[in-house]
Write a protein that binds this ligand. Sequence first.
Ligand code: FAD
Length: 531
Amino acid sequence: MSTQYDAIVVGAGHNGLTCACYLADAGLKVLVLERYHDIGGMTLTEELTLPGFRSDVHASGYQLANLSPVPRELELEKHGLEIIEPDIVYAHAFPDGRVLAVSRDLDRTVENIGRYSKKDAETWRTLFERYLAEKDGIVASLFSAPPQFSAEAAAHERTPSGMDEYRFGLQSMRSWCDQTFESEEVKCLFGAFALFMAHAPDDAGGAELAWLFGTVLQDVGNNLVKGGMHNVSLALASYLRSKGGEIRTNAGVEKILVSSGRATGVRLENGEEISAKEIVASGVDPGQLTLRFLGEEVVGSEIAGKMERYEWGDPAFVIYAALDGPVEYKAGQDAGSACHVHLTPPSLDPMSKASAECRGGELPATPLIVSWNDSVIDPSRAPEGKHLKKFVVLGVPYEIRGDATGRISGRTWDEARDEYADYLIDMIAANYIPDLKAKLLKSEAHSPLDIERKLPSAVRGTICHGAMLPYQTGSMRPIPEMGHYRSPVANVYLCGSGSHPGPGVSMAPGRNAAQAICSDLNLGFSALAAT
Ligand SMILES: Cc1cc2nc3c(=O)[nH]c(=O)nc-3n(C[C@H](O)[C@H](O)[C@H](O)COP(=O)(O)OP(=O)(O)OC[C@H]3O[C@@H](n4cnc5c(N)ncnc54)[C@H](O)[C@@H]3O)c2cc1C
């Protein structure tokens, strides 16, 4: 007789796995179904270039995860999770060889900023102190369901500082940077983080994201997972199996089966049907859940229409490089030993121009490039004496209609991918890492199309399961009707980063969703979290 499952979780990304762990802990018989041949979603680590060179395919930085209660609650260290904490958290390198580095030591960060502006250095100290004063509330808000919109608005209205917070929540990154810092280099250093969340410098809502990212990394670091980010998901999977949970890979879900307004199970892409007695939770992007797994016939035309208008944000382009030895940045050791380095000209204007080019369908000439020094921090990623790097290019078009580089002839990604990668490698070598090409053994580029082909949850090659715009965050993420991990079908839940608090390896949406499910099923989540 086939196994009877209480809960099916669709998608073995780290959030789906997190949700599954808590459900198994609460006593449910859980099955996780994953379409790819391996678990992890955007936490994969693979040999993409040459044997022995283990690249983090998507996420590298263990950032928001440093604030997460999940590793402690699920004792992930006992399941193989090991974190490496570099001293230089991140840096911003400029083409003229200057650098601005952020250290775990606040005084050193302030000193580095002071070389560009004494005023900005003190401003950063003040901003960081403000974060520390608010930290407990920030962490609590990330790791719990978002408040109702009306409650949030009323809280803002109660005090004058509440209205300032509301304003800050809507402010663009460029507006905030211009009003807060005097040095263009300092604006670039912190402002770049808005682009991590698919924001252009002038998009509403980028200011708070940039401030939050910058302060969190100052506080808890930008760490790497020893052996690769995949080990986060492998640790979660190990915990899940220890609680009797099961995982099947190569098991893409086609439909959630709904009868009399309740989910009864799922149908796989190969036609197999698997039943679930209590709930189905989805860690895939909210578009696929709403429009494919449930479909307009179940969710209704209004919700289907809202999901069709959901905004995914600007796609990414990634280059993985296997290197014959260490490389040297023109900017020197502060860049070379940082966990990651932003590479841009020293002004927000080129960042804005690149975003405008991207949104106009052009391949940007000077996009923000995030250069990861993975094997410098974690030598286990490459064979002895060798190195690897990853360059994440934030903000490229999904459909190519033009070319701001003047070098690319292809107008589909399959034609343009390698030409654009060559352009970027030339540009990085000319401006930031002079010996990059001499050390390059092999590179592989992933266009937005490749990223989406590998993981359909990276819709249009984006990294966030939906842009973090003010109207797609909090209780409005992904849409107001589905803003609390619940869907139009009573026992179907959302547990991926298309729900609050959004993208990043945080394990937060998975844990928050499990809380909602346990509450609906009268299971003891709080007892577990208290241990
Ligand atoms: C290039 C890149 C760089 C990034 N860098 C960082 C970083 O440095 N630090 C950081 O914190 N975050 C980073 N992120 C973001 C972070 O990786 C993601 O926000 C997070 O991992 C998403 O986790 P998730 O579990 O919500 O979703 P996903 O990881 O997308 O998991 C969804 C899973 O569902 C599966 N799936 C899809 N369709 C189906 C189906 N029909 N049936 C069954 N399964 C299905 C997918 O294969 C996938 O495994 C990066 C992302 C990218 C793409």
